[in-house]
Design a protein around this ligand. Structure first.
Ligand code: ATP
Ligand code: MG
Length: 393
């Protein structure tokens, strides 16, 4: 059973695949038997390792294994019977067959099923498994699907199974096909696997999500939202990485504004995710391809550190709710004065605090529950900022 599972996520093109590979390389050098898994539809692992990586595990170098997940094959393996059943139900209702199959797919299904590889690897002897997630800022929502699906009463499904034959008699009443044994069995085993997957992901002593952003505003906002979502679901984020930072050797006046805006975003990120550690990685002189480049990348990112260690446990936000109230607590270590201004803009909260270091602006993405609520008060106490929302009446 792997003792560490690292999941890299971030917006498209931020560097998830190359950083996953560099992390894998360093782990393998430290003696861990390591697997780098990619759910990318592109051949990103082959590119980074400069060797052919397919859907079977391949040993790229000593202790380092890689595999490109074939998402479609994973869907077929775990969901085909269920999808067939739903499609039959829908087409019995007069929906065009092609459309029926489309509707019978779960949202973002291929990505979710790619994750089930983690559950499959529970029986393996890898020490560290690194997952490079799909190129979407929303990738983590897929990770959370197990939690939602996993709650479907497995027992109830199991109880239905012996009734499958009898239920056939009810078809004329329902006006639609009832699930056969295979669909029910498929569903029961899928729910079980999703539950185990959830158990793995939410184990803070084994699994960590790592967030990657580039030094631009969109990428930063995406990171903040992912941090909120992971927090809501109780998945531990142990590190943020800001990648493709223009290095100080770039002196050309043309990049002057880029350099200062990148510095500004870096500072903002550090303050906004505090106390989560933030690493930075420069934009190299060329693409990160091949073992030599990956080694350089690992050196700069981790130095003498062990990338499999848990960099941080805990959360920059605390969110609690009762029926009509929602409280968000964030760490505000930079200020002791009651000198702040909180404003809500759509699905974000902008907090401006006057501190000894000048004005600090925190951007807090709001959970969906707050959409139905109004901002009541914001108060500093004990190095924390408490923001309260109340349901509108
Ligand atoms: N620090 C860096 N310096 C130079 N090139 C980099 C750096 N980080 C990433 N790259 C390059 O940027 C490109 C995108 O990187 P990568 O494929 O790792 O991103 P990704 O987040 O996995 O993208 P996708 O969302 O498409 O899967 C690659 O060509 C990679 O070599
Ligand atoms: Mg990628």
């Amino acid at each position: 059973m792997p003792s560490r599972i690292l999941i890299y996520t971030g917006k498209g093109g931020t560097g998830k695949s190359v950083i996953s590979c560099a992390t894998g390389l360093r782990c393998s050098e430290l003696g861990y038997k390591t697997m780098v898994l990619s759910a990318d539809p592109a051949h990103s692992l082959s590119d980074a390792f400069s060797t052919n990586v397919g859907s079977e595990p391949v040993e790229v170098s000593k202790n380092l294994w890689a595999m490109q997940i074939d998402s479609i094959a994973e869907v077929k393996k775990s969901y085909a019977a269920i999808q067939e059943y739903f499609a039959k139900v829908l087409s019995a209702k007069g929906i065009d067959e092609v459309l029926a199959y489309e509707l019978a797919s779960l949202p973002a299904m291929t990505n979710t099923f790619a994750l089930l590889k983690l559950e499959e690897l529970e029986g393996s002897d890898y020490d560290v498994v690194i997952l490079d997630t799909v190129p979407s800022g929303e990738a983590l929502r897929y990770i959370f699907l197990p939690k939602i699906v996993g709650r479907v009463g497995r027992k109830l499904l199991g109880m239905l199974s012996p009734l499958a034959g009898a239920m056939k008699l009810l078809e004329p009443i329902f006006g639609a096909p009832t699930p056969d044994k295979e669909a029910i069995r498929g569903q029961v085993s899928l729910v079980g696997r999703l539950e185990r997957l959830w158990g793995i992901l939410s184990d803070v002593d084994r699994s960590s999500v790592r967030l990657i952003a580039n030094p631009d505003t969109f990428s930063f906002e995406n990171l903040m939202r992912t941090l909120l979502i992971t927090n809501l679901y109780g998945v531990n984020v142990d590190l943020a990485i800001i990648n493709k930072v223009l290095p100080s050797v770039v002196k050309d006046g043309y990049f002057k504004e880029w350099i200062s805006s990148q510095e500004e975003i870096e500072r903002k990120l550090e303050r906004n995710v505090y106390p989560l550690p933030v690493k930075r990685l420069r934009l190299f002189e060329r693409e990160l391809k091949g073992m030599d480049m990956l080694k350089k990348c690992a050196d700069e990112l981790f130095g003498e550190e062990d990338p499999a260690s848990i960099y941080y446990k805990g959360s920059p936000f605390e969110i609690s709710s009762s029926k009509d109230r929602l409280v968000i607590r964030i760490r505000a270590p930079f200020t002791s004065k009651e000198d702040l201004d909180v404003e809500r803009f759509g699905d974000e909260l902008i907090v401006r605090m006057k501190t000894e270091m000048g004005e600090v602006v925190n951007v807090i993405p709001l959970p969906a529950m707050a959409y139905l609520m109004s901002l009541k008060r914001a108060k500093l106490s004990g190095g924390r900022l408490n923001v309260e929302f109340e349901r509108e009446r």
